[in-house]
Structure formats: C-alpha cells, structure tokens
Design a protein around this ligand. Structure first.
Ligand SMILES: Nc1ncnc2c1ncn2[C@@H]1O[C@H](COP(=O)(O)OP(=O)(O)OP(=O)(O)O)[C@@H](O)[C@H]1O
Length: 230
C-alpha cells in the first residue's frame, strides 16, 4: 500500500478511521462543511491527530527525516496563505531537500506560471496563489499528494486544466486525495470517500458512491447525480 492509516483520529474532529490507498489512485474526499475532510487530510499528513499506524510505502511517516518526507507526502492546505514577499520562482523551490529543476519547469509550463515567476507571492490573487502552491507540491513529485480543495478559487479553464493535471499525476503513479465541494466533478475521481460528522461513511467507486441515496441525504439534497436539487 502507498499510504495506510489505522485508527487515525483527532479528538472532537475525527473518529478513529482506517484508510489505505494504492499507487496512482485518484481519490475525491467529499462531505458537508465541518464533516472532517481537512481534519482527515491533516491527520494523513501527520500534522495533527494520532494514529495506531500511519505509513507511506510501508514506512512509518514519523520515522522519515524531513528531507525524505517532503518527497513522500505533500499537503496543500485550503488557506493558500502566502504572507511574505517571496518571489514565485523561489516558492516553487521551497523544500527541505533540492527539487528537480526539470520538474519545476514542467509545472511552470503546465500551470502557465512564467508571467508570475518574478512577482512577490503575497501580491497574487487567490487563484494564482493556488496554482503556485499546487505547482510547488507537484514539483516535489511526492508519492502521496493531499490536496485541500485544489479546485477552489479557480476559474472554469483552470478547474478543467488542474483536474487533467491531477489525472496525469495519478496516471504517473502519484496517489492523490483531494477534498472537493463541486459535486459535478466527482466523476473525474475514480474513488470517492464520503464523510459525515468526523467519520468516513462511504468509500468506493465514484459512480457507485455518488448514486447511493446516502450520498444525497448526507448533503441534504434530493435526486441523483449530477442533477441534485434542494
Ligand atoms: N482547530 C480546530 N479546533 C477544534 N475543532 C476544529 C478545528 N478545526 C476544525 N474543527 C472542527 O472539526 C470539525 C471538522 O472540521 P474540518 O475542518 O475537518 O471539516 P471540513 O469537512 O474540512 O469542513 P469544510 O468543508 O467547511 O472545509 C468541525 O466540527 C470543526 O468545527
């Protein structure tokens, strides 16, 4: 297994949860506001919470030194905060260990970051910062990529472009878990995790999970994918 968590938990936020994902899985993480998606991602990243077991490629995450960890697991927080006037070109290379130049250049091309490279990163729009931070995470070529709402604040072109990029990264072997709110996009994710009140209540093929009555009920919606109503 690429990533494996046993009894991952966070008091008051995440009930003990077991989870495992293999190489190249593209997983959508959905649930209403406050259902625990961010808590789950932060737990998997080893930032907060506890687990009986939390391993990447069979190795306990806590045993990996920072330089190795950066290439095993990358986490994109939902906040997109960049408070310092660090040029974008440097943000793309921020890492405890050297980042492959080819990889940075590929991200600059895919995410069309060339015009932003000399700009201070705290003077970008939210969507632009999102693209820069996603580019930084992908440039590390991590085994596992944890993305908190990677498609938020992006215009329609970039929603489709970034979704394609995530599909390509998964096809190349990266395991991706991305929290999403846009239910119209869940079909692009092969596997879907549905959360409610700090628990994973459904986990399976996206088309199956999204069409179960539990899915619409969890979001307090009626009907079926992709035509839900209030
Ligand atoms: N720092 C915190 N301390 C205590 N409780 C928190 C903290 N952050 C979030 N919570 C609570 O934990 C629960 C899960 O929150 P979480 O942010 O994981 O949900 P989410 O599914 O990511 O929500 P959203 O869709 O609104 O981003 C919520 O009840 C929330 O109020």
């Amino acid at each position: 297994m690429r990533i494996e968590a046993r009894a991952l938990r966070m008091a008051g936020r995440l009930s003990p949860s077991d989870f495992a994902a293999g190489e190249g899985e593209l997983i959508g993480l959905v649930g209403p506001n406050g259902s625990g998606k961010t808590s789950f991602l932060r737990g998997l990243a080893g930032i907060t919470g506890e687990a009986d077991r939390l391993c990447i490629d069979g190795e306990p995450l806590c045993s990996l030194p920072p330089a190795a960890r950066a290439h095993r697991i990358a986490y994109l927080p939902a906040s997109r905060l960049l408070e310092w006037p660090i040029p974008v070109s440097r943000v793309l290379r921020l890492s405890p260990s050297p980042v492959e130049e080819d990889s940075v250049e590929r991200m600059v091309a895919h995410l069309e970051l060339e015009p932003l490279l000399d700009r201070p990163s705290n003077a970008l729009s939210t969507g632009e910062r999102g693209r820069v931070l996603l580019g930084r995470a992908l440039a590390l070529e991590p085994s596992v990529l944890l993305l908190d709402e990677p498609l938020a604040n992006l215009d329609p072109y970039w929603v489709l472009k970034v979704t394609d990029l995530l599909e390509d990264a998964a096809a190349g072997g990266t395991t991706i878990i991305a929290a999403l709110h846009d239910l119209a996009l869940v079909g692009r994710f092969g596997r879907l995790l549905l959360m409610r009140e700090g628990q994973i209540i459904a986990d399976g093929k996206s088309e199956k999970v999204a069409n179960e009555p539990l899915f619409a009920a969890t979001f307090r919606l009626h009907g079926a994918a992709p035509s839900w109503t209030l």
